[in-house]
Write a protein that binds this ligand. Structure first.
Ligand SMILES: NC(=O)c1ccc[n+]([C@@H]2O[C@H](COP(=O)([O-])OP(=O)(O)OC[C@H]3O[C@@H](n4cnc5c(N)ncnc54)[C@H](O)[C@@H]3O)[C@@H](O)[C@H]2O)c1
Length: 338
């Protein structure tokens, strides 16, 4: 199979591409190497992928439609997995414009060109942030999720809506995922685990928002990749409609489905801090702060639809995943700072 994956220099795209290459597939990896965080880390990820002869990198921006078109025409992909995006909740308060160009205009280019190339399955990542401050838990894909609290979440919701309309009009089978706080080795420097470990190793205080009362449904990266690969084989159509209307999101108007990828095991932020302390073998200097603008108090995935479609639910224990991250970071740290 030939996979066209965007965001392969990013955290999730890198892991997914590496697994598919190791499984013997062809991967075209499209990434603009944006300077949102340390570009060295992105280059290191692409260098690791370049060890596989079946990997073809394309360094360009999603907004550059002609280049996306050329890359897709050259690849002739069976499946498109669009992971490139301006990610991050907090930065969307500082620079909302970059979310509009990458996540709305850029995503639309991918949606349209995937249809033009008649791919078997288009997959798009959305986010648990879409649920905003949803009062009922766990968050179900069938919940109303139209009160986003950030521009990041609003652009991801826009992507879901555009993809639905496009799938209705042109019948490209499309699955949109909602990811829940993905973490693990090669992770993102703007996310809590990376920041906490880095600050603690430098004996700096860590900032704990929401006075430690927030909780997150963490998903270990290998579990996420496994779920994406399983879902890639479940091309949305009536033959795989799940009987339970309370959980099924397969549209009646389009070959389009929304699926949470999360284990449904939220963890309190303070317990998470303790696991980081344990993995590093040192206490953190804790600076307790109120919730930040746009933060959601908790995330909690209902994993039932994912389980019904694939027989799989993420289950790696947070303690194991944090340990794996710390081991990777202690090795990669020097090269990252060069
Ligand atoms: N990591 C998480 O916890 C999480 C949670 C929910 C959703 N997501 C979504 O999953 C996807 C992957 O996230 P990630 O954690 O790997 O993020 P990441 O920032 O590590 O990777 C995104 C990649 O996209 C590239 N990119 C950004 N804008 C681009 C543009 N306009 N043109 C070309 N390339 C561009 C960046 O260079 C980067 O390498 C994103 O869509 C993100 O919104 C991630």
């Amino acid at each position: 199979m030939h996979y066209f994956i965007t965001g392969t220099a990013g955290f999730i795209g890198f892991h997914l591409a590496r697994r598919l290459l190791a499984d013997g597939h062809q991967v075209t990896g499209f990434d603009g190497m944006t300077p949102y965080y340390n570009v060295k880390l992105k280059q290191m990820r692409h260098a690791a992928l370049a060890q596989y002869p079946a990997f073809t990198p394309v360094i360009a921006m999603l907004e550059d439609r002609a280049t996306v078109e050329d890359a897709m025409a050259a690849a002739k992909p069976d499946v498109v997995i669009h992971l490139a995006a301006q990610a991050g909740v907090r930065y969307s308060l500082e620079n909302p414009q970059s979310y509009l160009t990458s996540n709305v205009t850029g995503s639309y280019n991918i949606i349209e060109l995937a249809e033009r190339h008649k791919v078997k399955h288009l997959m798009l990542p959305s986010t648990s942030s879409i649920y905003g401050a949803n009062p009922t838990v766990p968050f179900r894909e069938t919940d109303r999720a139209d009160e986003p609290l950030t521009i990041y979440a609003a652009t991801k919701k826009s992507m879901e809506l555009m993809a639905h309309a496009h799938a209705h009009l042109y019948k490209t089978p499309t699955t949109a995922f909602r990811f829940f706080t993905v973490y693990g080795p090669w992770g993102r420097p703007d996310m809590a685990l990376f920041k906490f470990v880095d600050l603690m190793l430098n004996d700096q205080p860590i900032e704990i928002y929401g006075e430690g009362q927030m909780s997150r449904d963490f998903t270990y990266i290998d579990d996420l990749v496994e779920a994406i690969i399983r879902i890639s084989h479940v091309i949305p159509d009536e033959s795989n409609r799940v009987a339970d209307d309370k959980i099924e999101t397969l549209s009646r108007q389009a070959p389009f489905r929304l699926v949470n990828i999360g284990g449904g095991q939220p963890e309190n932020l303070m317990d998470f801090v303790e696991l980081v302390e344990k993995a590093l073998g040192q206490p953190a200097i804790r600076k307790m702060l109120p919730m930040q603008k746009g933060d959601v108090p908790r995330t909690y995935a209902a994993p039932d639809l994912l389980q019904a479609l694939t027989g799989y639910t993420p289950s790696t224990r947070l303690e194991e995943g944090v340990k794996a991250f710390v081991e990777w970071y202690l090795e990669a740290r020097r090269e990252l700072q060069e």
